[in-house]
Design a protein around this ligand. Structure first.
Ligand code: PLP
Length: 451
């Protein structure tokens, strides 16, 4: 595929949809929402939403229709492929397969690793980069106390047993720490292994260059890249993808079907059976086009300044401990987890939401083995994540709220309800859109009779 260049710098950060969203507090007031949970899912960029609105009138079937709108939709899908490839510096012969998300992309790749090949990964990974490998021959290396020792462990594991693929995170979804990908690629390639980078957290924060780093495969999610329209991607080398069984069997993935046989299409179509998510792919591509010019400078400076503000603020609060995997890591994307002494993570998160209109994530972040290591007491933490829509006021509000919590305590009461901490009572309306409680349809047909 061709990789049009996106190299253009820009000093203005793109705006996100919902930047002025007002949310209710338990006191009855409303406040501008401080969304500090972008690592889970980021809001749409305004121009991504506008792009989709512009495309909608042309939305039609792809690859099969002779109609004008079908041809436009097909062109949109295929140009989205090129834009996503360019965003990650894909080589000219790399393939971009549209998937649902990173989990889907890594599961797809797990089915493409040649049969006898082992997969190696670290124990710090998100479940999406742990569990797909468990379905095949694999080994898990324990992360050491330093990056240097961890690289040495990987080197020795790769040399001791033939390995087809090293699966590694680009940035930890728990601590934000970034591994030196080019050094890891050198170690893996020297041992004859390929490398897949789980870029779910890296891609929203850093420029990625597959061609320059030698990374063989990369997985990412649109909903973490400010394009929450249900698409992700697996990008990488063609040979494994062309040789593997189709990810899903069905229309669109084939060249010819007879009564008894099938000739599968090459990648990417081989792994995209069924009607593709054209608008999701278009949204992801538009986010890539918009973010590419700002990631290297404006967004990086913005996030670094806010992360520094956050880390300085957290360090000054008694009883707050930040989590970190390696003593010598030198780079961190704007993701930071922490614990508060004597307060369950879920309690802290519920308090921040109910009394301060701040959204954070709490729990184990789909990285249970890592949390068990970083916080053996409860295995849980609170996570703050920062991106292009985050402001200094959001960070300051969080620091003030946490300081109040540890010095004076909460103003409301909280209790675990159905396994999650919640304000008791919680007077906030749960249906601001008027679509029915919990999003269920309103009416007599809803729910079991009598309930
Ligand atoms: N990998 C990392 C590092 C993540 O943080 C996440 C999601 O939080 C995933 C993979 C899975 O992403 P998705 O849920 O979009 O498949």
């Amino acid at each position: 595929m061709s990789t049009p260049t996106l190299a253009r710098t820009c000093t203005e950060l793109p705006r996100v949809v919902g930047a002025d969203l007002r949310v209710p507090l338990v006191t009855g007031e409303t406040i501008t929402y401080a969304n500090l949970d972008l690592a889970a899912s980021a809001p749409a960029l305004e121009d991504v939403a506008a792009h989709i609105t512009t495309l909608l009138p042309y939305y039609s079937s792809v690859h099969r229709g002779a109609g004008y709108a079908s041809q436009v939709s097909t062109a949109v899908l295929e140009s989205a492929r090129a834009a996503v490839g360019a965003f990650v510096g894909a080589r000219s012969d790399d393939v971009v397969v549209f998937t649902r998300n990173t989990t889907d992309a890594l599961n797809l790749l797990a089915g493409c690793v040649p049969h006898s090949g082992q997969v190696l990964c670290l124990d710090i990974e998100h479940h999406a980069n742990l569990l797909p490998w468990r379905r095949r021959a694999h080994r898990v290396v324990r992360a050491a106390a330093t990056v240097e020792q961890t690289l040495a462990e990987l080197d020795s594991a790769l040399r001791s047993t033939p390995t087809a693929l090293l699966a590694i995170t680009g940035a930890s979804n728990v601590t934000g720490e970034v591994l030196p990908v080019d050094r890891i690629v050198a170690i893996a390639h020297a041992a004859g292994a390929r490398v897949v980078v789980d870029a779910a957290q890296l891609a929203p924060h850093r420029c990625i260059d597959l061609a320059a780093t030698g990374v063989d495969y990369l997985a990412l999610s649109g909903h973490k890249l400010y394009a929450p329209y249900g698409a992700g991607a697996l990008i990488g080398r063609r040979d494994w993808l062309d040789a593997a069984p189709a990810y899903l069997a069905g229309g669109g993935a084939v060249q010819e079907v007879t009564r008894d046989g099938v000739e599968w299409a090459p990648a990417p179509h081989r792994h995209e059976a069924g009607t593709p998510n054209v608008l999701g792919a278009a949204a992801l591509a538009q986010a890539c086009r918009t973010l590419a010019p700002v990631l290297a400078e404006a967004a990086l400076e913005h996030e670094r300044a806010l992360l520094e503000r956050l880390r300085t603020g957290l360090a000054a609060i008694p009883g707050v401990e930040t989590l970190r995997i390696w003593a010598d890591s030198t780079d961190q994307v704007a993701v930071q987890s922490f614990t508060v002494a004597d307060r369950p993570a879920g309690y802290v998160a519920a308090y921040l939401s109910a009394e301060h209109g701040i959204g954070v994530r709490d729990g184990r972040f789909c990285a249970h083995p890592l949390l068990a290591t970083l916080n053996p007491d409860s295995g849980e933490a609170v996570r703050v994540s920062i991106g292009v829509g985050t402001t200094a006021e959001h960070i300051d509000r969080l620091i003030d709220a946490l300081t109040t919590l540890v010095t004076r305590g909460a103003s409301w009461t909280y209790a675990p309800i159905d396994g999650r901490w919640a304000p008791t009572p919680d007077p906030r309306p749960i249906d601001p859109l008027g679509i029915g409680a919990l999003g269920l349809p309103v009416g007599p047909a809803c729910g079991p009779a009598g309930h």
